[in-house]
Design a protein around this ligand. Structure first.
Ligand code: ADP
Ligand code: MG
Length: 293
């Protein structure tokens, strides 16, 4: 199974806003994290893959065939959870899933089986007959993931599935996605590093519509191998220091303030200790205000 995305371009407002620039990548089964700040182009990419908007140029191929030519045959292998949608608050979870199953053209018998199973998978069997309006953020997200799975998709597109969730719900959804990802191509868009740091096979870094990297976390981190330091900062200079450096963390240890910094040009005279980089450091390296890329 292979999804080839080739030279996608998309602009809005008559060319004034460039949302995707020559985006190309080839995906095989596994979880891909699509990481980038707000406005990077994540939703645009997902909307193009799912045929909700048209690219200005480029092609998406599924097992070698143009998905626009495949049309419905492609969309039936697709599961899509859009970003922040108005839910049908008056629908119960059960009714919402029946409604979505009908839209996807599932037969009644099949729908019944799938809905029962999926409600169980997303741990909502007990809440199946409660209205969505009464659901917590995490419960809503889980219903939305369930609808994306109704047709046993081979390709699962999740646009910020953990938005608005508390840490416990985030962990739960993250583990759930990891569990269901077997034999699927999963693309998970987020600007939250911890959503994907440990479950993604590879991470795509998207900046201003351009793919700046697609690689394993391990390989990506070698890019900043010798650039992450902990530095003792005098109490009165913390604010100034933060303005001038990419500071990923600040903590106080006794009377000292220790800043964690990502930089490829720190002055030698600073009292610094090299530390192992993590994905958050990398995010800051590429997307921080003092970025060097
Ligand atoms: P992300 O999902 O990473 O936050 P988007 O794909 O939503 O990014 O947006 C990418 C860029 O395109 C942003 O600058 C955004 O303002 C712009 N954009 C997105 N959708 C539209 C639209 N319908 N009309 C005009 N500009 C848009
Ligand atoms: Mg988005």
């Amino acid at each position: 199974m292979k999804l080839e995305i080739q030279n996608l371009n998309k602009t809005y407002k008559g060319g004034k806003v460039k949302a995707l620039c020559d985006f190309s990548v080839t995906l095989t089964p596994g979880v891909y994290g699509l990481l980038g700040p707000n406005g990077a182009g994540k939703s645009t990419l997902m909307n193009i893959i799912t045929h909700n908007i048209r690219a200005d140029g480029g092609v998406v191929k599924y097992n070698g065939e143009d998905t626009n030519k495949l049309g419905k045959d492609f969309r039936t292998v697709l599961g899509y959870m859009p970003q922040q949608q108005g839910l049908y608050d008056d629908f119960t979870a059960n009714r919402f899933l029946w409604y979505m199953a009908a839209l996807k053209g599932l037969k009644k018998k099949e729908a019944k089986l799938k809905i029962t199973r999926l409600l169980d998978t997303v741990n909502l069997t007990d809440a199946a007959h409660k209205k969505l309006g009464s659901f917590s953020g995490g419960m809503k997200q889980r219903v939305l993931i369930a609808q994306a799975l109704l047709n046993d998709p081979e390709i699962l597109i999740l646009d910020e599935p953990t938005a608005g969730l508390d840490p416990k719900e985030r962990i739960r959804i993250r583990n759930f996605i990891s569990e269901i990802s077997e034999n699927k191509i999963v693309i998970l868009a987020t600007h939250v590093v911890s959503d994907i740091e440990f479950i993604a096979k590879e991470v795509m870094l998207l900046k201003n519509g351009s793919l700046i990297a697609c690689d394993t976390t391990e390989n990506l981190l070698t890019r900043i191998e010798n650039m992450v330091y902990e530095i003792k900062v005098p109490d009165g200079e913390v604010e100034q220091f933060e303005q001038n450096h990419n500071v990923s963390n600040i903590f106080r240890s006794g009377s000292d303030v220790i800043a964690r910094v990502v930089s490829d040009s720190l002055p030698d005279e600073l009292n610094k200790t090299k530390v192992r980089p993590n994905l958050e450091d990398l995010y800051l390296y590429y997307f921080g205000e003092n970025n060097y890329s």
